[in-house]
Design a protein around this ligand. Structure first.
Ligand SMILES: *Cc1c(COP(=O)(O)O)cnc(C)c1O
Length: 521
């Protein structure tokens, strides 16, 4: 018998002798596992620490520079917000413990739900979905259940604008709906005439519209009220993709302008760190008529209603352990602070759009000439003028010490830049200066001063190994390659590898495992 201490109490844990294993002998594993040397190389804390730091240093993270990934909202994950996640009261508790053992969690859930309801205007919140995409799936199931309960099981058509994130149609198909695309006009807005026509054509079977606001084109869609009205008039529900909520918090609320359901990416707008596949949270908010259908759970009593769609996640409150981050963010910022953050996020995006528009066309703007919290820069003209493609510019930005923005989404050949409110004016200027300097490098190609193939952009990024060679036969200097700005001299981020063929790599998986020779007997 071995005794584990927990919360000051001793808890006896019965030892399970191997021979009494409940796993039948035939199913017990006899082969070796974790045989790769990486599992046996680092034996001391010092060695493991250095190994982890070496891996970390190959990653251009927010610790080096802004990550202007449009739609991803790579904002500050403040240390104060993250600390409570490490507290044993949050970290070491099983999601299925009896509720009276997790009352603190229950209080946090209720407060967070109330805050998110106030921010979005909705009547009910479910913290169960673990990602934005899972929120989409959950929200559409809720809509489907609503139609079914009204005897409208045939309502299965889901309208989705062409600019939508790929998760939208994927979620609709998963929820058993039929996707009908809606066109966008030349300004990037939903083509309202096309929406009307499709909504009317499918009026007997219309289930929902999925709409992103502000749109993935980085603009506050001016027809949003009318769009929601058209869908409602034809018997459909409005699902709002809330991934761009960073442009709304404190300024406007999805439930006020017509959404029936909306997901929130807590790992975007509400500061949970993401990237690299870490856990996310995609709670949904719904209007009162949809509350009876919100997710329930079979193991933990939630008081869920009989009409609930059931569980969409293994745990009743999703990745509950990371919710203290969003709770802390809202509590620390307060209403005024959250509103200010949204305003600064929009201001920052417009600052970049204005500073760069003389160098790179801004693809979509509202009628007042402004963008929302992100902007799309059109790079397609450089293909003709200099043979330069969007990837060349993205890779060259790495030499300048920046993580590239979102590339070729939602429009091929463009980049989408989202600075967020977390970046200061000097950092925005440093990014703009880099983009302007790269424009000058493109100009040199256009003017015939630089080679069409063997140039700073086509060969970017430049690793230290590729520059520190005895021979140097390129038509540009090593200094231009590695130190294009004063800042890069001070704080150089070295790319770990030179140019790789992205498309080839995506289609040809190479395992970083041992070479084949290792398997020879
Ligand atoms: C990020 C994003 C999603 C998907 O959210 P995940 O949490 O990554 O599943 C959906 N729509 C838009 C517009 C997004 O930016």
């Amino acid at each position: 018998m071995f005794v584990a201490g927990f919360a000051g109490r001793e808890v006896p844990v019965a030892a399970v002798p191997l021979q009494d294993s409940p796993v039948p002998a035939a199913l017990q594993r006899t082969s070796d596992y974790l045989t790769h040397p990486v599992f046996k190389t680092y034996h001391s804390e010092t060695e493991l620490l250095r190994y982890l730091y070496r891996l970390q240093s190959q990653d251009l993270s927010l610790t080096t520079a802004m990550i202007p990934l449009g739609s991803c909202t790579m904002k500050l994950n403040a240390t104060a917000e993250m600390l409570p996640v490490t507290w044993p009261e949050f970290a070491n508790i099983h999601p299925f413990v009896p509720l009276d053992q997790a009352q603190g969690y229950q209080i946090m859930f209720r407060q967070l739900e109330a805050w998110l309801a106030e921010i979005t205007g909705f009547d009910g919140i479910s913290l169960q979905p673990n990602a934005g995409s899972q929120g989409e799936y959950t929200g559409l199931l809720v809509i489907r259940q609503y139609h079914q309960r009204r005897g409208d099981a045939h309502r299965q058509v889901c309208l989705i604008p062409e600019s939508a994130h790929g998760t939208n149609p994927a979620s609709a198909v998963m929820a058993g709906m039929k996707v009908v695309p809606v066109a966008c006009d030349s300004d990037g807005n939903i083509d309202i005439a096309d929406l009307s026509a499709k909504a009317e054509k499918h009026r007997d079977n219309l289930a929902a519209l999925m709409v992103t606001y502000p749109s993935t084109h980085g603009v506050f869609e001016e027809g949003i009220l009318q769009i929601c009205e058209i869908v409602h008039a034809n018997g459909g529900q409005v699902y709002m993709d809330g991934a761009n909520m960073n442009a709304q918090v404190g300024l406007c609320r999805p439930a006020d302008f017509g959404a029936d359901v909306c997901h929130l990416n807590l790992h975007k707008t509400f500061c949970i760190p993401h990237g690299g596949g870490g856990p996310g949270m995609g709670p949904i908010g719904v209007k009162a008529h949809l509350v009876p259908f919100l997710p329930g759970h079979q193991v933990v009593e939630r008081g869920g209603s009989e009409t609930s769609i059931g569980a969409v996640s293994a745990a009743p409150w999703g990745s509950g352990a990371i919710l203290p981050i969003s709770w802390m963010y809202i509590a620390l910022m307060g209403g005024e602070g959250l509103t200010k953050a949204t305003q600064v996020a929009i201001l920052n995006a417009n600052y970049i759009a204005k500073r760069l528009e003389a160098h790179y066309p801004v693809l979509y703007k509202a009628q007042n000439g402004l963008v929302a919290h992100e902007c799309i820069l059109d790079l397609r003209q450089f293909k003709k003028s200099a043979g330069i493609e969007v990837d060349d510019i993205a890779k060259r930005l790495i030499d300048y010490g920046f993580h590239p923005p979102t590339v070729s989404w939602p429009v091929a050949g463009t980049i989408m830049v989202e600075p967020t409110e977390s970046e200061s004016l000097p950092e925005l200027d440093r990014f703009c200066d880099a983009m302007i300097a790269i424009r000058a490098e493109i100009q040199d190609i256009e003017d015939g001063k630089a080679d069409l193939q063997n140039n700073l952009l086509k060969r970017a990024p430049h690793s230290a190994a590729s520059l520190l060679t005895t021979e140097w036969d390129r038509p540009y200097s090593r200094e231009q390659a590695a130190y294009p700005t004063a800042w890069t001299r001070e704080n150089k981020f070295w790319a770990a590898v030179d140019r790789i063929d992205n498309a080839y790599g995506d289609r040809n998986l190479v395992c970083a495992c041992l070479p084949m020779e290792a398997y020879q007997e």
